[in-house]
Design a protein around this ligand. Structure first.
Ligand SMILES: [Cu+2]
Length: 483
């Protein structure tokens, strides 16, 4: 009897809980209401069976409970080997129930993989334990990819000779942006093991199988930031395989796309450390794209800021009355920290910018070309500073190879030790010894990580076969982030 009461209480409790549970308010950020409906149908059907079966158990418990002094078969179960009617009835009900569970799923799944014509495409690459993305670039077409092309400089395995692939945009980060209200087809690939691309708010989830391209489509309909999770156990750092999708307006999305480089450019940087794009061209592009030319004229006319014509090498009078020669250091400071030295007669309206050294060099080159012979300048530039600096190459490599997936640069603990403060620190190893992190140790840690394992971490880092230049770049980057 007590058991029967407990069962009834449990039953009523779970039904109440279902209706008042706090988790039902999740905003649906896409057109996948149909998936919610499917889940609801599943819930109702299984709910009905749950109630019916529990009530039957309660009924049986009461009806066939043990009673004192029953004697002589009054409450004895009767043996009934076969009941055709009951069996047919149960089979029919179960069949209807199962069909009810499967049928809506088939329709909804059909929808999920029937991509409309106008959907744009984005490729998602899963890799232990990070996400990266590829966009088709200006031509709207992905270049061919194949496992035989995959190497450290080319993690997506794009065919370097396919013209369609040259302008493909590679996003080496866990953050994906999507334009709002535009249908998107997500192509899913994995480079190593099974992963699963899952964005709970989108109700979108799909396995990623090495050697295959799986896909689905959806339309994000609400701006915001959503979490990408890997929903397939994929190794020790599976929990850390997280990313972000940011749904934003079309123009913000364009800005985001523009901030990433193409495959051709990345390949150039990753392999040789150089780019083919003319530095002057890059400087002009940067000045245009960053809005500098809205405030700085290039023909000597007055504007919100000082003209760039005749700027290079000139002696500028500052607001505090002192003077300064416009050289490289001053120019760079004026961009990175505009308020440090204010030009006399101008308002402090320029916001600080963040550029890499090579970008700054490119802008300088462009400004100088307003007064000097561009051809001579370019020749000069080609030989020196416009290649990305060693640290920048190192950063690229660390991103491409996924080091950043396991090593934080901000001091937080991740799968591996943080790189912040790494260079020069004394590191305790699992064998109880200690070692000072210097270049030789860094090299060994990359080429042969299991030789010296840091205490408190598992020896899961693979050995990387890097050439001397890549090692130097990585070490330079590690030193910079150490500080
Ligand atoms: Cu995974």
């Amino acid at each position: 009897m007590a058991l029967a009461i407990i069962l009834v209480v449990l039953l009523i409790g779970s039904i109440i809980f279902n209706f008042v549970s706090p988790w039902q308010a999740t905003p649906v950020a896409s057109n996948w209401g149909s998936i919610d409906t499917t889940i609801l149908i599943t819930f109702i059907i299984t709910g009905i069976f749950f109630v019916a079966i529990t009530l039957f158990i309660v009924y049986a418990l009461i009806k066939y409970r043990h009673r004192e002094g029953g004697g002589n078969g009054a409450h004895q179960a009767s043996y009934e080997p076969d009941n055709k009617r009951l069996e047919w009835g149960l089979t029919a009900i179960t069949t209807i129930g199962i069909c009810g569970l499967l049928a809506p799923g088939l329709v909804v799944y059909g929808d999920f993989v029937s991509v409309p014509e106008e959907a744009h495409e984005i490729e998602v690459m899963g890799k232990q334990w990070m996400w990266s993305f590829r966009l088709p670039g200006e031509d709207g077409e992905f270049g061919h990819s194949g496992i035989k092309h995959i190497n450290m400089a080319n993690p997506f395995g794009l065919d370097p000779d396919d013209p369609n692939g040259q302008d493909d945009i590679i996003v080496n980060s866990n953050e994906l942006h999507l334009p709002i209200d535009q249908p998107v087809k997500m192509l899913l690939r994995s480079i190593d093991v099974l992963h699963n691309f899952y964005v709970p708010q989108f109700r979108a989830k799909m396995d990623m199988v090495p050697g295959q391209v799986s896909y689905f489509w959806m339309t994000p309909t609400k701006e915001g930031s959503y979490e990408i999770l890997c929903a397939e156990y994929c190794g020790v750092a599976h929990y850390n395989m997280k990313g972000k999708v940011i749904v934003e307006s079309a123009s913000d999305y364009q800005d985001w796309v523009a901030s990433h480089s193409t495959f051709a450019r990345q390949l150039a940087i990753n392999t040789s450390g150089g780019t083919n794009e003319s530095a002057l061209q890059q400087g002009l592009q940067l000045s245009q794209n960053s809005g500098c030319l809205a405030c700085h004229s290039v023909d000597g006319s007055e504007s919100l800021g000082p003209t760039w014509k005749g700027l290079w090498g000139k002696t500028e009078t500052l607001a505090d009355g002192s003077t300064v020669v416009v050289d490289e250091a001053y120019f760079k400071e004026s961009i990175l920290d505009p308020n440090a030295k204010m030009v006399k007669g101008y308002a402090p309206v320029m916001a600080p910018y963040e550029f890499s050294d090579s970008q700054l060099d490119a802008i300088i080159l462009y400004v100088r070309s307003l007064d000097e012979d561009p051809a001579a300048l370019e020749e000069q530039a080609d030989q020196s500073s416009l290649l990305p600096s060693l640290e920048e190459q190192g950063e690229q490599i660390a991103q491409t190879l996924g080091c950043i997936a396991c090593h934080s640069v901000d001091g937080s603990r991740s799968v591996g030790p943080t790189w912040k403060g790494m260079y020069g620190r004394t590191q305790a190893l699992v064998d109880g010894t200690e070692i000072v992190v210097d270049e030789a140790y860094l090299r060994e840690s990359i080429l042969n990580p299991s030789a010296k394992v840091v205490a408190g971490f598992s020896p899961i880092m693979q050995a990387y076969a890097l050439n001397e230049q890549q090692l130097e770049a990585l070490i330079a980057f590690a030193k910079v982030v150490s500080e």
